[in-house]
Write a protein that binds this ligand. Structure first.
Ligand SMILES: [Zn+2]
Length: 146
């Protein structure tokens, strides 16, 4: 579903414009968008305010449930360990992500959270969707900060 990933990448662009690390996320159920979010760790002075966590909180509040059954998450970058944990607790059905994150990713790199023994729910994972644009945004962001 490139349309939803395009929305996630647009959220990443908006995050970059706020000076945040450019990561964006969208949560979808039955083809309808429940929540969109971008990183806001600086703005909120909150190290947990990653795009995925903010989108999960907003979607859960919207449907009035701690479990996002049948919901899918689109995120521009491979989730970190914290977000992978949140995705598991939220019982998300599918995870679609863009660029791989060899340094901080926890899905197909490092701790590989979803295949670790402490993980009790793993989403179906689809990677590499829109990764060139998501990766380009991140590279541009970090190049500008140097
Ligand atoms: Zn994260």
């Amino acid at each position: 579903m490139p349309g939803f990933m395009d929305m996630a990448i647009e959220e990443a662009r908006l995050a970059a414009a706020r000076g945040e690390v450019p990561v964006g996320a969208v949560i979808v159920r039955d083809g309808a968008v429940l929540a969109t979010a971008g990183n806001r760790t600086l703005e909120l002075s909150d190290p947990t305010a990653h795009a995925e966590v903010l989108a999960i909180r907003a979607a859960a509040a919207k449907i009035g449930s701690e479990r996002l059954i049948g919901c899918d998450l689109y995120v521009s970058l491979e989730p970190c360990a914290m977000c992978a944990g949140a995705i598991s607790f939220a019982r998300l059905r599918r995870l679609y992500y863009g660029a791989a994150d060899e340094k901080g990713g926890a899905v197909e790199h490092n701790v590989r959270f979803f295949s670790s023994p402490g993980c009790h729910h793993a989403p179906e994972v689809y990677s590499g969707i829109g990764e060139s644009e998501a990766g380009r945004l991140l590279k541009a962001f970090f190049a500008n900060r140097r």
